[in-house]
Ligand binder design. Sequence first.
Ligand SMILES: N[C@@H](CCC(=O)N[C@@H](CS)C(=O)NCC(=O)O)C(=O)O
Length: 207
Amino acid sequence: MPAIKLYRHPLSGHSHRVELFLSILGIMPQVIDVDVLNGEHKQPAFLKKNAFAQVPVLQDEHIVLADSNAILCYLARKYDPRRTWFPTETVAATHVQRFLSIASGPIAAGPATARLINVFGAQLDHNRAIEQSHALFAVLNTHLQSRTWLAGENPTIADIANYTYIAHAPEGDVSLADYPNIRAWLESVEHISGFIPMQTTKTGLAA
Ligand SMILES: N[C@@H](CCC(=O)N[C@@H](CS)C(=O)NCC(=O)O)C(=O)O
C-alpha cells in the first residue's frame, strides 16, 4: 500500500481521531507534525492542502482531504471492505451521521473548547464550555444506558469521532465522574484492536 501522509498536531483531538482509525484499520501513515502553535498551518504551503488552515489533513497519493470526520468517511469507504465502520444501509448510515454531527457540533463547542482553553490558552468562555459539556454528557450517558456503541450494534466511525474529546474532557475541567455509561463506552473503545491513545496533558483538575 502506498504511504498515506497525515498532517497533524500531537495534541489535536481532531488529528487523533484520524490516527486512531488508521491504527484500527492497520494502516501506518507517514506522520507530519504541523507547528500550529507557531502558525505553520497559516503558511501558503499548508493552505494549499487546507484553505481553512486546520489540521488534520490526509494525503492518499494524489488525494488531499481535510476535516477529520470527512477523512473518517473516506477511510471507512476505501479501506474497510466489510463496511462495518460506516455502514451503507440507509438507516444505519444515518444513525452514524447523526453522531458525526454531534462530534463536530456539541463536542467541539463543549469538551473540545474547554480543553482548548486549558491546553492552548484560548481566550474563550470556559464556564459556558463546561456547562455545555455537562448538558451533552447527561444526554449521552442516558443514550449509552442500554447500548455498547453510539450507533448500532458494532463500533463505527461515530465512536471514533466522539472518543478523543470525551476521553480528554478532564483536561478542560469537565469531570466524567457522574457518567458511568460514558466511562464504560470509553473503555469499550479502548479495547478495540489497534487502539492508540492520544498523549495526555497535565492541565485540568477534573477526574
Ligand atoms: N472541523 C475540523 C476542525 C479541525 C480543528 O479544529 N483543528 C484544530 C486543531 S484541533 C486546528 O487546526 N486549529 C488551528 C486553527 O484553527 O487556527 C475537523 O474536524 O478536522
